[in-house]
Design a protein around this ligand. Structure first.
Ligand code: PEP
Ligand code: MG
Length: 324
């Protein structure tokens, strides 16, 4: 089977009835921007900038960040690279910036931290913009958005960074900007968000945790943590329909995208791309190449009739076995 998969990796990520489903990769530290990988993906759907920050001894400066970002942008050019601004807090702590809270996942996290520290965000945005000079494949993604005000403030800082650089003689193009849909409240603000940004990216890891009120890292409740919970599938379907109505691309970059059955359901819902860790690419591509879009849509309809997570899993497993 692995040989078949290997050979398939050079074939398009497309269903037998011709529906293209672009696959992207999630990156952090390692930059495997080999020509081989590049020919097989649509770009980087999520570059988690906090990962390199975790192995430094202090906040990296603008030059240092610029080098890191340039490596990503240049390595994958001309493919798009979605760079997420610092998403610390929750379970991701920087040794040199400790955050101690009773409820870290409900606390000072992601954009909440960087909007309180615009000096940190400005350095990062300037470094990203500078790194994208003449490449123009940078997309910027804001994490942990709860309110539209936060988006306005982040965009204000982005525009300020562009103006500042212009005054310094570095003319940069305004990148495409997106927000993470991972706090459930954003699902109900799609129209307002769409007025402000170019694309949506669903963080299903956090959306699962927040929608089900289940800590994503607590083994005691891990049996309740399920991205295929009917409530989550309902939320994903609703928000993807909203994105379509609003004419905005919507990607999903959580673990669910790297699960073949999950990927088929997301495709059927109308997600415009899926972003996953590189090792998941072969199995997801294989699933997409085997199952027609029509069949995936029929499967989605069947799944949406089910009441419990275990019914969803049983039904999905049965179908996936048939499609082996
Ligand atoms: C997510 O929440 O699904 C996501 C992709 O981001 P992270 O796992 O880094 O929180
Ligand atoms: Mg997240």
């Amino acid at each position: 089977l692995s040989e078949v998969l290997e050979h398939e990796q050079d074939l398009p990520s497309e269903t037998p009835d011709g529906h293209a489903m672009p696959l992207m990769v999630n990156t952090g530290l390692a930059v495997d921007a080999s020509a081989l990988l590049k020919s097989r993906i649509g770009g980087v759907g999520l570059y988690r900038t906090e990962v390199p920050f975790m192995i430094t001894e202090r906040f990296p400066g603008e030059k240092e960040q610029m080098r890191m970002y340039r490596e990503q942008l240049e390595g994958f050019a001309p493919l798009p690279v979605v760079m997420r601004t610092l998403d610390i807090g929750g379970d991701k702590d920087l040794p040199y910036f400790p955050i101690e809270e009773a409820n870290p996942f409900l606390g000072w996290r992601g954009m909440r931290v960087t909007l309180d520290h615009p000096e940190v965000l400005m350095v990062q945005l300037r470094a990203m913009l500078k790194a994208s000079h003449a490449l123009n494949n940078l997309h910027v993604l804001f994490p942990m958005i709860t309110n539209v005000d936060e988006v306005d403030e982040a965009l204000r800082l982005l525009d300020r960074a562009i103006v500042e650089l212009g005054e310094e003689g570095i003319v940069v193009r305004r990148p495409q900007v997106g927000v993470m849909i991972e706090v459930p409240a954003t699902i109900y603000q799609m129209d307002a968000l769409a007025k402000r940004v170019d694309f949506f990216s669903v963080g299903s890891n956090d959306l699962t945790q927040y929608l089900l009120a289940v800590d994503r890292n607590n083994p005691r409740v891990s049996s309740l943590y399920d991205a295929l919970h009917p409530a989550l599938l309902g939320a994903l379907q609703e928000l993807s329909q909203d994105a379509k109505r609003l004419n905005k691309p919507v990607s999903l970059c959580g673990e669910l995208a790297g699960d073949p059955a999950g990927a088929l359901l997301l495709m059927a819902m109308g997600f415009t791309s899926l972003s996953m860790n590189a090792p998941s690419l072969p199995k997801v591509r294989a699933a997409i190449r085997r199952v027609s879009f029509t069949d995936a849509q029929a499967l989605l309809q069947e799944i949406m009739q089910l009441d419990t997570p275990s019914q969803v899993h049983t039904h999905l497993n049965a179908r996936m076995d048939e499609w082996q």
